[in-house]
Design a binder for this molecule. Structure first.
Ligand SMILES: NC(=O)c1ccc[n+]([C@@H]2O[C@H](COP(=O)([O-])OP(=O)(O)OC[C@H]3O[C@@H](n4cnc5c(N)ncnc54)[C@H](O)[C@@H]3O)[C@@H](O)[C@H]2O)c1
Ligand SMILES: O=C(O)C(=O)C[C@@H](O)[C@H](O)[C@H](O)COP(=O)(O)O
Ligand SMILES: [Zn+2]
Length: 360
C-alpha cells in the first residue's frame, strides 16, 4: 500500500492506494466518528462490491445502511441526490454518521455533496472504483450535481476524511471507462509534470493492459500531483484552476449532448485538444507539441475532436463556465507540455477557430 497525504491543516487526510484494500476495512475505522456508516453506491458497483464492504464493516461492529442509486452521468441530478437524503432520514442517520461513497466520480460527487448538506455536514469517506475517480475526483473535495444548463453547477467544496483506492476493483472496469480515466491522468503531465508525460508516452500501453505496476505508478503520480495542487489552493482561487485544462470546452460537449453520450474523460480529451490548438494559435505550442499530445490521446483510445454542435453553441455553453469573471472567459492553456496558465485574453476569433479546427 502507498499512502499520500492531502495537507489541509486539521482537515488533512490520507489517500491509501493499493491492492486488496476493500478487504482492509480496519483502515476506515479510525476515520469514523461513531460506529455507523451510510454507504452510497449505484446499481452497477453495488452488485460487485457493496456486499463485501458491508459484511466487512459489520464484522467490525459497524452499523451499516445503504442507498443504491441509478447508474450514470444522466442521474447526477437533484432527484437522484434526494434519494440519498431520503435514505439518511429514513434510517435516522445522525450528523456523526459517516457517509461512504463507493463508486466512480458520479457517486463520489453526489455522495460528497449529500455529506456536505445533510444536517450541514457529516463525515465523508471516498472509496473510488474507477480509474478516473482514483486519480482525480475522489481527491480534493469538489462535490456537485449537474444542471441541464451547465456541468457541476450546484455543489460545494467538502473534503473527505479518507480516500481508499483499491486498485483490484479496476479489473471489472469496462475498457472504455479505463480509457476515459486516462484523459485526467494525461492532464497532470500536460499541466505540471512533463516527466510524467514522457513516462506515459513510454508506458501508456502497459497502463491500458492494466499491468499492476504501471497502473499503480500512474495512479500514485496522478494523486501526488492533485494533492499538491489542492493543498496549495483548496478552493480554486488560483493554481487549482489548472486542473481544469480542457474542461471549459469539455463541459460544453457534455452539457451540449445532454450528459452521458460522451464520457467525462472523452469530452476532456477533445476539449484539451481544443485548448492545445488555441495555445498553438497564440504561438505557445509548436506543431510538434500538438502532434505529441494528439498521438498520446489516440494511443490511449481517446477522441481528439469534439462533436459538431456549432461554434456559437459551444461559446454559449462555455459562457457558463465557473472560471468566467465579469463575463470574461478564462481558459486554461498550455505554454509548453508540462506548463499550463490561466488566460483571459484569447481573441474570440482564435477561440472560435480552435473549436472549429477540432470538431468533426
Ligand atoms: N470532483 C472532482 O474533482 C471530479 C474530477 C473529475 C471528474 N469528476 C466527475 O466524475 C464523473 C466521472 O466519473 P467516472 O469516470 O468515474 O464515471 P462514473 O462514476 O459514471 O463511472 C463510470 C462507469 O463505471 C461503472 N463502474 C464504477 N466502478 C466500476 C468497477 N470497479 N467495475 C465496473 N464498473 C464500474 C459506473 O457504474 C459507471 O457505469 C463526472 O461526473 C465528472 O464530472 C469530478
Ligand atoms: O479538482 C479540480 O479542481 C478539477 O477541476 C478536476 C476536474 O477534473 C473535475 O472534472 C472537476 O469536477 C471540474 O471542476 P469544475 O469546477 O469545472 O466543475
Ligand atoms: Zn475532470
Amino acid at each position: 500500500m502507498h499512502t499520500l497525504n492531502v495537507a489541509l491543516g486539521e482537515r488533512s487526510y490520507p489517500i491509501h492506494i493499493g491492492r486488496g484494500l476493500l478487504d482492509r476495512v480496519r483502515l476506515i475505522l479510525p476515520h469514523l466518528k461513531t460506529p455507523r456508516v451510510a454507504i452510497v453506491t449505484n446499481d452497477v458497483v453495488g452488485p460487485l462490491y457493496l456486499g463485501k464492504l458491508r459484511d466487512a464493516l459489520e464484522a467490525q461492529g459497524i452499523r451499516v445502511c445503504q442507498v443504491v442509486l441509478p447508474d450514470g452521468e444522466a442521474h447526477k441530478d437533484w432527484s437522484t441526490l434526494n434519494l440519498v437524503f431520503d435514505m439518511l432520514l429514513e434510517q435516522r442517520c445522525e450528523r456523526s454518521t459517516t457517509l461512504i461513497a463507493l463508486g466512480g466520480g458520479v457517486v463520489g460527487d453526489m455522495g460528497g455533496f449529500a455529506a456536505a448538506c445533510y444536517q450541514r455536514g457529516m463525515p465523508f469517506v471516498q472509496i473510488p472504483t474507477t480509474l478516473l475517480s482514483q486519480v482525480d475526483s475522489s481527491v480534493g473535495g469538489k462535490t456537485a450535481i449537474n444542471h441541464p444548463r451547465g456541468k457541476n453547477m450546484i455543489g460545494a467544496f467538502y473534503q473527505p476524511r479518507l480516500v481508499l483506492a483499491d486498485t483490484d476493483v479496476l479489473s471489472t472496469l469496462p475498457p472504455r471507462e479505463l480509457t476515459a480515466g486516462l484523459a485526467e491522468v494525461i492532464k497532470y503531465g500536460l499541466i505540471r509534470d512533463p516527466g510524467f508525460f514522457e513516462w506515459l508516452e513510454s508506458n501508456i500501453e502497459r497502463v491500458l493492459m492494466r499491468e499492476p505496476e504501471a497502473l499503480a505508478f500512474a495512479i500514485e503520480r496522478s494523486c501526488a500531483n492533485k494533492a499538491e495542487v489542492v493543498a496549495a489552493d483548496e478552493t480554486e482561487q488560483g493554481e487549482r484552476a489548472l486542473l481544469n485544462l480542457g474542461h471549459t470546452f469539455g463541459h460544453a460537449i457534455e452539457t451540449g449532448l445532454g450528459y452521458g453520450e460522451w464520457l467525462h474523460g472523452e469530452a476532456i480529451a477533445a476539449g484539451t485538444m481544443m485548448a492545445a490548438e488555441l495555445s498553438r494559435r497564440l504561438g505557445w505550442l509548436a506543431d510538434a507539441d500538438i502532434a505529441r499530445i494528439e498521438s498520446l490521446f489516440i494511443r490511449a483510445g481517446l477522441p481528439t475532436v469534439g462533436p459538431v454542435l456549432g461554434v456559437e453553441r459551444y461559446l454559449e455553453l462555455m459562457s457558463h463556465d465557473k472560471k468566467v469573471e465579469a463575463g470574461r472567459l478564462r481558459l486554461v492553456l498550455l505554454k509548453a507540455i508540462g506548463a499550463a496558465v490561466v488566460h483571459g485574453d484569447a481573441p474570440q476569433t482564435d477561440i472560435a477557430a480552435a473549436i472549429e479546427a477540432r470538431c468533426r
